[in-house]
Design a protein around this ligand. Sequence first.
Ligand code: SAM
Length: 267
Amino acid sequence: MAKQDMGALQDAAEVAAALVLEGYADQWVEGAIFPREMAFFLARCMTEDVSVVVESGRQDGYSTEILGEWASRNGRRLVSIDLEQDSARAAACRQRLAHLPIELVKGSAYEEFGRWSDRLRGERVGFLVDGPKGWPAISMMAAGLGDNVRLMAIHNLTIGGSERAFFEQFGGAEVFYEAALAESGPRWHELCEREIDIAIRAGAARSLEASSLGVLVLDPERRRRVRGALRGEFGLHQPRVVRALWWLGAYRATTKLYGLSYRLLGR
Ligand SMILES: C[S@@+](CC[C@H](N)C(=O)[O-])C[C@H]1O[C@@H](n2cnc3c(N)ncnc32)[C@H](O)[C@@H]1O
């Protein structure tokens, strides 16, 4: 990364860390994206001038509330997709988020990513996926990569996993904050200390040794290569097949394709 870009990211990370420190770090719950991971994602949205975030996987709304707060303060938009299979949990989450201007969508991300990618062609978009996970989530994002998509991010990229290697192949170690923010400021350090404290108190299952949210910033060459990727791990849901179904308006069939791929090929 050029020195100037590194400085811009560091400044953005200070702003993002300050926002997360406004009470959000302490609200972290098991299963949610860690506070520093959220701050890193926001910092990348700032440096890439993202105007709309499309999130999939909100559960109790931890990540969604932070994104919604950032969006409402900065004149940005947030679309948040979830299956909402547990209706009581979904209702509590909607209540938690009621004060924020968020487009809350109930449905399968395999369909909704297609619909929203199409509707948001005129915006500068950032993708954040935390459900579904793994290769299905990657192929879904890759299928939605129009020229207007500035970055794509996915949670739970565990060390040694092939999905993590895929992200690093395109974006290098800088897809994770440890490398991208090798030099960081006082608010980032404060957030780091707070996060360690909270994770210890909560007996967090995930380690804080290495972050698992990969954020891939897209330039035309990366976008072209990710969109066109053909991988065995995608099974039947190769990005170009998913994109073709969306282009035909066959959104429901897309969810079925992912289900069929899992049943026939286990992926
Ligand atoms: C780990 S939780 C998300 C936690 C949240 N991002 C946070 O940090 O607070 C995963 C969520 O993904 C949702 N999910 C899983 N598969 C999905 C799919 N195919 N479409 C939409 N949502 C999905 C689940 O309903 C669940 O609420």
